[in-house]
Write a protein that binds this ligand. Structure first.
Ligand code: PLA
Length: 424
């Protein structure tokens, strides 16, 4: 502004040799690539074929391929409307009652940290926002530490930590030859990480592989993290989506806390409450004492205030209305189970139709993997063929969002997958 005003006034006063006024500030900005996951939806939206299928982003669809608004959410919506609420700012940490209920949902009502007020919880802009707060907080207070994420992981993990200035490395996780967990590599790499590293774990329904450690394996990982003095961050984006039971899906998180880890926890309510666009999540840090929790919370506030000041209230109000009401909570439980069950059923259907269409591959991982995603083993070239020849869209790492499959499109999908994998 100042600069343009100066140039314009120079012209006014008729000075010679002034620089040409220009508004061309962004000539050096190059076009960047689309996001590997959200870019899939852009390609899908452009396709005009009636048989097109979007298996890219992990967004639940009902049997008719439509977005699903949970009944408990509709009821909560009505309650909020009827309560004639105002639209005042929330505090920097968000809606306090929501924060409490969110932490309880993940950690259990008996969690000592909650009872003893040894936990700092802030509302976040969904799971991504929680991770971003985590990464920025670690950059300030765990300076010099490296974050270890599974290989592979949700692609945004790497970027979030890198953008916050935290070095990111990976630990072994997936074994492509078994389509299962490479527990040896996982435990070796976590052991070899420098003492006191940040270890990111997917609480359940690992994205993109759909492969989770067993209870025994979780116990060992917890032990290793203890021995090595690692700091554990759980990304909990799918509570209820893996098994249909929010408690079962929280087992690993709760086990680590029982084992004595003061974990950090990122929660998302996008998938389990179907509140994708409301951007509702929570970030918690478990501490040694109530005083520490207050100190941590004060620093989280200092971090959040210049980022977005305070979070939007609507999603928090919805989740709060559901979780504080026994009946609505029970309705939510049965609806989240319904979504999980439909996904499990689609896995079975897909395998059945792959066989029917002559595929002799071992597709058993489709039913053994859990949660929203299946890591199919399809190559990037096969993925491209699915898009170009069959109008079926997925990420190039071969991940399919099972939630996008329904009884109308499952056979078409199976036929196409059988065709593109026929000769290899
Ligand atoms: N953590 C994991 C492991 C996730 O898979 C996702 C979402 C998030 C956090 C963040 O979700 P939120 O910010 O919407 O709460 N992953 C999706 C969507 C479903 C995405 O990539 O943004 C996916 O398709 O992988």
């Amino acid at each position: 502004m100042i600069r343009s005003a100066r140039l314009i006034s120079s012209v006014k006063f008729g000075q010679k040799n002034i620089r040409q006024f220009s508004t061309n500030w962004w000539a050096n900005v190059q076009k960047g690539p689309e996001d590997p996951i959200l870019g899939v939806s852009i390609a899908y939206n452009k396709d005009t074929s009636p048989s097109k299928i979007n298996l890219g982003v992990g967004a639940y669809r009902d049997e008719n391929g439509k977005p699903y608004v949970l009944e408990c959410v509709k009821k909560a919506d009505k309650k909020i409307y009827e309560a004639n609420v105002d639209h005042e700012y929330a505090p920097i940490v968000g809606v306090a009652a929501f924060n409490q209920l969110a932490a309880q949902l993940a950690l259990g009502e008996d969690c000592k940290h909650i009872k003893e007020k040894r936990i700092a919880t802030v509302q976040s802009i969904s799971g991504t926002g929680a991770l971003r707060i985590a990464a920025d907080f670690f950059a300030r207070f765990l300076k010099g530490k490296t974050a270890y994420v599974p290989n592979p992981t949700w692609g945004n993990h790497n970027v979030i930590f890198a953008d916050a200035g935290i070095p990111v490395k990976s630990y072994g996780y997936y074994n492509p030859s078994t389509c299962g967990l490479n527990f040896d590599a996982m435990s070796k790499d976590i052991t070899a990480a420098p003492e006191g590293s940040i270890i990111l774990l997917h609480a359940c329904a690992h994205n993109p592989t759909g492969v989770d450690p067993t209870t025994e394996q979780w116990k060992k990982i917890s032990q290793i993290c203890k021995e090595r003095g690692h700091f554990v961050l759980f990304d909990f984006a799918y509570q209820g989506f893996a098994s249909g039971s929010p408690e079962k899906d929280a087992a690993a998180v709760r086990m680590f806390v029982e084992d004595g880890h003061n974990i950090a926890l990122c929660q998302s309510f996008a998938k389990n409450f179907g509140l994708y666009g409301e951007r509702i999540g929570a970030f918690s840090i478990l501490t040694e004492s109530p005083e520490q929790a207050l100190n941590v919370e004060s620093q989280l506030k200092i971090l959040i205030r210049p980022m977005y000041s305070n979070p939007p209230v609507y999603g928090a109000r919805l989740v709060q209305a559901i979780l504080k009401d026994k009946e609505l909570t029970n309705e939510w439980r049965s609806e989240v189970k319904g979504m999980a069950d439909r996904i499990i059923n689609m896995r079975e259907q897909l395998v059945k139709y792959l066989k029917k269409h002559g595929s002799t591959r071992d597709w058993s991982h489709i039913t053994t993997q859990i949660g929203m995603f299946c890591f199919t083993g399809l190559t990037p070239e096969q993925v491209d063929r699915l898009a170009n020849e069959y109008h079926i869209y997925l990420t190039r790492n071969g991940r399919i969002s099972i939630a996008g499959i329904n009884s109308t499109n499952v056979e078409y999908l199976a036929k196409a997958m059988a065709a593109v994998t026929k000769d290899n």
